[in-house]
Design a protein around this ligand. Structure first.
Ligand SMILES: [Zn+2]
Length: 523
C-alpha cells in the first residue's frame, strides 16, 4: 500500500479525517480621546445615554467628517507590532446597510485599501497570518427595556474608532484561537491602544470555522457573541463538533452566521451570511485617501514599547526565572514593572550592606529568587485579598492587572527593597517580616519606621537570648531527652519555642548558635 493510502486509512480509523480551519475577526475599540470623525468624547464609561453626540456622529445632512489622526496612528502602531506591511496609500469606503443603531445608513470602513496587511502573530512558535488590520467606526447601541414594546437607541458609542483585525484561516483548534485572542489583548494593552476589556465589548471576537477533509476547506460558518475567552474556547469547540457530526452523517453544512448561547452551551443559527457585494461598498467621497509616509512609519515604530514576547525573552535571560513566574509578570504588566524596580533598588541596598561596588551574577540570581518569593507569594497574596474584599464591597469583579487596582497600592519599590534587604541581612525573622509587610501594605510606611514604632526591633543581646533559652530548656525535659536520643526535630521544636517566647523577635541565627552550643554541652 502506498504511504498516502496508509495515512488515509490511519486517519479514517482514528476519526481524524475532518480537520478544522479557523479564522478570527477581532474588533477593538480604540481608546482615543475623541471619536473617529468628530470631536465628541470617546468615553466608554459614560452612563447617561446620548451625551457624547453631535450632528456629525448623528449623521445629519450637510455635515462632513474629519479623520482622527490619533486613531490612524494607533492602528498603524498595532499593525507594525503584528509584523504587518503598511501600504503607502489607504482609503475609506462606505458599507451600506440599514439598522436603527446606524444613523447614517452606512458605516465608514475600509474594504479595498486597509492601513495594514500581511502580518503575523506567533502562538506557541506557530505563525498565524494576519490578512489585514483596518479602521472603521462603531455603531450606537440598542437598549431593550423589559416589559415594553419599543427599543431605545444610545448614540454615545456611534462613531468611536473601531479597529478590525482579520486573520487567515491558520488556526486549527479552539485553544489556539483563545491563545491568539489573549496574546492580542496583551499586545493592545502594552501598546495602550485599547483597554481591550471583553466584558465591556472593547474586544469582540468572531470566528469563521470550517471543517473539511484533510487540506480542503469546508463551508464557512461565522460564530458571533463570543464575549469572553471562555466563550471563544467553548463556542469554537462546540461548532467544530457540530459541523463534524453533520459531515459524518453525510449531510451538508450551510453557510450562515450563528450566535453562541453561553447558557445552553450551543451555537444557534441567526441568518445566512452576507457577502461583501451585498453591502454595495463604494469609496467614501467625503474623506481623502491617505498617504502614509516612511517618516511617519519610522516615527510610530520608534514609539513601540517592549512587547509581551520580547519581555518573556528578556526576563528569561536577565533573571533566569521559571516560565510560570515570567507569565505572571508579563500578563500583569504593573507587577512586572514593580518587580524590576524593586530588583534595581535591592541591588543598591545589598551593595551598600556588603560594601561592594558590584555584586556577582550568582549573588544577583540568589537575590532575584529571594525577592521573587516575597513579591509573587506574599505581596500578590495581599493584593488578591484586597481586590476580593473590594470586589465584594462593590459587588463586581476587579481585574488585578488593571491600573485602577494599583491606584491605592501604597508600598513604593524603594520601601519594598528595603524590606527585602532587612530579611536578606537577617535583621528581621520571617515571622516579623509578615507583620511588617502587612503594616506597609496598610499604611505605606517604610519598614524601619514600622519596626521602631511597633517595637519589633530584633533581640541580638546574647545574654538575654541565653536567659530565654535556659527557661525553655528547663520547661521542656521531654524535648531534651528526645534530642539526646538523636531526634533532629526536637531541635526545631525548641527553636520554635524560643522564637515564640520572644514574639519572633530574637535573631534566629544567634538563637540557633547558642542553642546548639548549650545542647552539645548537655549531651
Ligand atoms: Zn460627534
Amino acid at each position: 500500500m502506498a504511504r498516502w493510502q496508509n495515512n488515509y486509512q490511519e486517519k479514517r480509523k482514528t476519526g481524524m479525517n475532518y480537520s478544522p480551519a479557523i479564522g478570527l475577526e477581532i474588533h477593538v475599540e480604540l481608546n482615543t480621546k475623541s471619536k473617529m470623525f468628530c470631536s465628541c468624547l470617546n468615553d466608554p464609561d459614560e452612563r447617561h445615554p446620548n451625551i457624547n453626540v453631535c450632528p456629525i456622529c448623528l449623521g445629519h445632512p450637510g455635515t462632513l467628517p474629519v479623520i482622527n489622526q490619533e486613531a490612524v496612528r494607533k492602528v498603524i502602531e498595532t499593525g507594525l507590532s503584528l509584523n504587518c506591511q503598511i501600504p503607502k496609500y489607504s482609503k475609506f469606503d462606505r458599507k451600506n446597510y440599514f439598522y436603527p443603531d446606524l444613523p447614517k445608513g452606512y458605516q465608514v470602513s475600509q474594504l479595498y485599501m486597509p492601513f495594514c496587511k500581511e502580518g503575523f502573530l506567533k502562538i506557541d512558535n506557530k505563525k498565524i497570518r494576519i490578512r489585514e488590520v483596518h479602521l472603521e467606526e462603531d455603531t450606537g447601541k440598542l437598549v431593550h427595556p423589559e416589559g415594553v414594546d419599543y427599543s431605545l437607541v444610545d448614540f454615545n458609542r456611534a462613531g468611536i474608532p473601531l479597529m478590525e483585525l482579520v486573520t487567515e484561516p491558520d488556526i486549527t483548534s479552539a485553544k489556539e484561537a483563545k491563545d491568539f485572542a489573549q496574546e492580542l489583548q496583551l499586545i493592545l494593552r502594552y501598546l495602550d491602544v485599547s483597554a481591550a476589556d471583553m466584558e465591556k465589548g472593547q474586544l469582540r471576537v468572531e470566528a469563521n470555522i470550517s471543517v473539511g477533509k484533510s487540506q480542503k476547506l469546508g463551508t464557512k460558518v461565522e460564530i458571533k457573541n463570543l464575549n469572553s475567552f471562555r466563550a471563544v474556547k467553548q463556542g469554537i469547540d462546540h461548532e467544530i463538533k457540530r459541523q463534524t457530526e453533520i459531515l459524518e452523517s453525510g449531510k451538508k453544512v450551510i453557510q450562515e452566521t450563528r450566535g453562541w448561547n453561553e447558557v445552553k452551551g450551543v451555537t444557534v443559527g441567526q441568518r445566512e451570511k452576507e457577502e461583501a457585494h451585498d453591502y454595495r461598498y463604494f469609496p467614501e467621497p467625503d474623506l481623502p485617501p491617505l498617504d502614509t509616509s516612511k517618516l511617519l512609519i519610522n516615527e510610530i515604530k520608534a514609539e513601540i514599547p517592549e512587547l509581551p514576547q520580547q519581555k518573556r525573552e528578556r526576563f528569561k535571560k536577565e533573571y533566569e526565572i521559571e516560565d510560570k513566574e515570567i507569565e505572571t509578570f508579563v500578563s500583569n504588566k504593573g507587577l512586572g514593572d514593580y518587580f524590576e524596580k524593586v530588583m534595581s533598588e535591592l541591588r543598591n541596598w545589598v551593595k551598600a550592606i556588603e560594601n561592594k561596588k558590584k555584586i556577582s551574577r550568582e549573588e544577583f540570581l540568589k537575590l532575584t529568587k529571594f525577592c521573587l518569593n516575597y513579591i509573587i507569594t506574599d505581596l500578590q497574596g495581599l493584593l488578591k485579598r484586597k481586590s476580593v474584599t473590594r470586589a465584594l464591597v462593590k459587588g463586581q469583579e476587579e481585574d488585578l492587572s488593571s491600573s485602577s487596582a494599583d491606584k491605592d497600592f501604597l508600598i513604593t519599590p524603594e520601601n519594598f527593597a528595603e524590606f527585602a534587604a532587612l530579611i536578606y541581612e537577617g535583621k528581621i525573622s520571617s515571622k516579623i517580616a509578615k507583620m511588617v509587610l502587612l503594616e506597609m501594605f496598610k499604611t505605606g510606611a517604610d519598614p524601619s519606621h514600622i519596626i521602631r514604632e511597633k517595637g519589633l526591633t530584633q533581640i541580638t543581646d546574647t545574654n538575654e537570648i541565653k536567659k530565654i533559652i535556659k527557661e525553655v530548656i528547663s520547661k521542656n525535659p521531654k524535648a531534651i531527652e528526645d534530642f539526646r536520643k538523636g531526634k533532629e526535630n526536637a531541635f526545631q521544636y525548641l527553636i520554635g519555642q524560643i522564637m515564640a517566647k520572644t514574639g519572633g523577635k530574637a535573631n534566629p541565627q544567634i538563637v540557633r548558635d547558642i542553642l546548639n552550643r548549650t545542647l552539645t554541652k548537655i549531651k
